[in-house]
Ligand binder design. Structure first.
Ligand code: WQD
Length: 345
């Protein structure tokens, strides 16, 4: 029987590349489209090194409907789509809102408009816990109400979810699984793929590992005067491979017609809140590598604390975060060492 074809937009990115590996290992045929604006073509070598199969790759922009149409003509019978392609830097979105609204929304609109024509059964959408803003109560469930977005990036996630649900409610002939990620961290245990942000990392772990290896002088911990046990912010740090595996389960629900509702929404988190300082100490204890840090002013826009209630994903999706945080930290460090070995950083 021929393999089921899945289109992964943004598939050379951080979460996309780890998901492509898990999809291939689960027996799917993967096609990637990516404009390489925040990743590089060598990621395909890393994927192939792990799975032995180089995914089909189309260099292109999902905001260009003609590029997408040509892709669907070139690769007929795509059963499902996983949509990672989006800009995702909170700070940058405040400076360049139109870039974020155009890139993140037009790409989604293009996919939704073309899916019926090419009989694609459904789309897995990459959303984020940022839709909850600063929740009144933690842990958050999928029915925790949205708060007004605190950045254009977060707003594009809220609007995208509404575009998908309104379109399906109107009778569109496809389904959707919306995955709300908490804080993805770590790297593949093979160290063949990992997080490789362009420029100065905005996210905690890449900045932390670059400090540990000496690329950065010290880590700034953005505030330790929050109303939390140790004063630093609390997040739900989820291993990127655990996260990737959830996407395989989500796309299977679509292509194997297992969904209970036309739109299903899941929080993807461990269910455990960990503070920035706790994470820092976990890294040091797990790797034996010191990380010089200073406490600085709070970062504008940061929320104090958010972590998931992942029961729905555990019960309905049949998914649970499994990688211990210490192992995630060791994998992040192994990836940073590999980048040094390859002369990349
Ligand atoms: C985590 C914590 C910082 C850097 C955002 C988006 C989310 C997702 C992940 C895309 C915060 C602290 C950070 C540093 C620090 N985006 N920190 N020093 O802001 O929780 O989530 O990125 O998928 O949708 O909202 O992630 O890693 O930037 O910060 O102290 O150098 O680490 O203050 O408390 P964040 P983050």
């Amino acid at each position: 029987m021929s393999k089921k074809r899945i289109l992964v937009t943004g598939g050379t990115g951080y979460i996309g590349s780890h998901t492509v590996i898990e999809l291939q290992q689960a027996g799917y045929e993967v096609i990637i489209i990516d404009n390489l604006s925040n990743s590089n073509i060598e990621v395909l070598d890393g994927i192939e090194a792990v799975t032995g199969t180089r995914p089909a790759f189309v260099k292109g922009d999902v905001t260009d409907v003609e590029v997408l149409r040509k892709l669907f003509e070139t690769y007929p019978d795509i059963k499902g789509i996983i949509n990672f392609a989006a800009s995702k830097a909170v700070g940058e979105s405040v400076e360049k809102p139109l870039l974020y609204y155009r890139n993140n929304l037009v790409s989604l609109l293009n996919l939704l408009e073309l899916m019926p024509q090419y009989k694609v059964k459904g789309i897995v959408f990459s959303s984020s816990c940022t839709v909850y803003g600063e929740p009144d109560i933690n842990p958050v469930t999928e029915s925790t109400p949205f708060k007004t977005a605190t950045s254009p990036y977060g707003n594009t996630k809220q609007i995208s979810e509404e575009i998908i649900t309104d379109t399906i409610k109107s009778g569109a002939p496809f389904k959707s699984v919306i995955l709300r990620y908490f804080n993805p961290v770590g790297a593949h245990p093979s160290a063949c793929v990992g997080e490789l942000p362009n420029g100065v990392p905005q996210n905690l772990i890449p900045f932390l590992t670059q400090t540990a290896i000496g690329v950065r002088k010290q880590l700034s911990v953005f505030g330790d005067d929050y109303p939390t046990p140790d004063g630093s912010c609390i997040r739900d740090f989820i291993d990127v491979v655990d996260l990737a595996r959830a996407h395989v389960m989500a796309v299977a629900r679509i292509v194997d017609d297992k969904m209970d509702e036309p739109v299903e929404i899941f929080n993807l988190g461990t269910g455990r809140g960990v503070s920035v300082l706790e994470l820092l100490h976990t890294f040091v204890n797990a790797t034996g590598v010191d990380v010089p840090y200073v406490i600085t002013e709070r970062r504008a826009g940061d929320i104090i604390q958010v972590w998931a209630n992942p029961e729905k994903a555990n019960k309905v999706l049949g998914w649970k975060a499994e990688v211990p945080l210490e192992e995630t930290m060791r994998n992040a460090w192994r990836w940073q060492l590999k980048l040094r070995e390859k002369g990349i950083m």
